[in-house]
Unconditional design. Structure first.
Length: 322
């Protein structure tokens, strides 16, 4: 009796129930090598292991790409917000402004979460003249430092700008200060180190161009960032009316003066001219603004034409003197 009790005590200390004897138990915790040796498992071929590892890595890469697309592009919330504004807002100008601001705010937060410096601009096509549309006008803009929150003095974007090139070619255009091949000669703002321009198109017509500019070079080398710009441009078309879109055949963009010069002229005279026009012609302020914008577009275009003619004459004189 004493012998059985002592045996039970020893078995409990060894982790076995009382009365159980060690009988070559092979079902306990064993290493993979032991299980293979006892015939309980088969060795996994090295090729199979490598294939599984590669598949896991590929799945991780896909998950990472999906995460980037989801976080750097427009999300479901902004689509819902835009549709709500489009449905509820009656006045065209108010609806355009509200939707544009909602899109710009969302784009700034998603495209530049580190706040490195980004500006988003909608440049609309100016109304056509007798021979077509000559420029785009900077209508709405939002920016983060070093850009201002919005533009106080706006400018006309002609054929020598990135927006003008994108409009004439009907497709996205990119520019980067790091590029030295000089294939695209554009007129850039002082703060721009890289930029991306995407036309706003609908049913074979165009309303303008969405321009996203960064204070950092190389910002648009990431294809997913450029794809996000395309998606925001598509979303922005919901802010516009059918009459804002013009056939491609009406595009006849012309060179416009230096952007800094234009903004200085706008700051000096635009507001006073709008007020005087509204009083003299008994127009509403929006009507007077549209009238003055057309006048100043023609004046700026003539000014740039004279400047280029003078530059050509001076170049010819230098060539003759040599």
């Amino acid at each position: 009796m004493e012998t059985e009790r002592n045996s039970s005590t020893r078995n409990r200390r060894r982790g076995r129930p009382p009365g159980k004897q060690k009988k070559g138990d092979i079902s306990g915790v064993q290493s993979p090598r032991q299980r293979i040796a006892r015939g309980l498992a088969s060795p996994v071929p090295r090729q199979k292991t490598e294939e599984t590892s590669q598949k896991l890595n590929l799945d991780e890469q896909r998950a990472s790409i999906t995460y980037l697309v989801d976080t750097r592009g427009p999300q479901r919330e902004i689509y819902r917000r835009v549709l709500e504004l489009r449905e509820a807002t009656v006045e065209d100008d108010v609806r355009r402004w509200q939707i544009t601001q909602a899109i710009f705010e969302d784009a700034l937060s998603r495209l530049d979460p580190e706040r490195l410096g980004l500006s988003i601009l909608y440049a609309r096509l100016m109304p056509p003249r007798e021979d077509g549309i000559h420029s785009l006008y900077e209508l709405e803009m939002r920016g983060s430092y070093p850009w201002p929150f919005t533009l106080e003095s706006k400018a006309y974007l002609g054929s020598t700008t990135l927006a003008g090139t994108a409009a004439m070619l009907h497709r996205m255009q990119r520019w980067d200060d790091l590029d030295s091949d000089g294939r695209v000669q554009i007129m850039a703002d002082d703060l721009e180190q890289s930029a991306c321009a995407q036309p706003l198109m609908l049913a074979g017509r165009m309303a303008g161009v969405l321009v996203v500019s960064s204070a950092q070079p190389g910002f648009f080398t990431d294809s997913m960032v450029c794809q996000s710009v395309i998606e925001y441009a598509r979303l922005l078309t919901l802010a516009l009316n059918d009459g804002d879109f013009y056939p491609f055949s009406q595009l006849h963009l012309m060179p416009m003066p230096d952007l800094k010069w234009q903004r200085a002229e706008m700051s000096r005279s635009y507001v006073n001219r709008v007020i005087a026009c509204a009083r003299q012609a008994t127009l509403s302020l929006p009507e007077a603004e549209e009238y003055v914008r057309r006048e100043m577009e023609e004046e700026f275009e003539r000014s740039e034409s004279r400047r280029q003619e003078e530059a050509r004459s001076a170049s010819e004189l230098r060539s003759t003197a040599m």
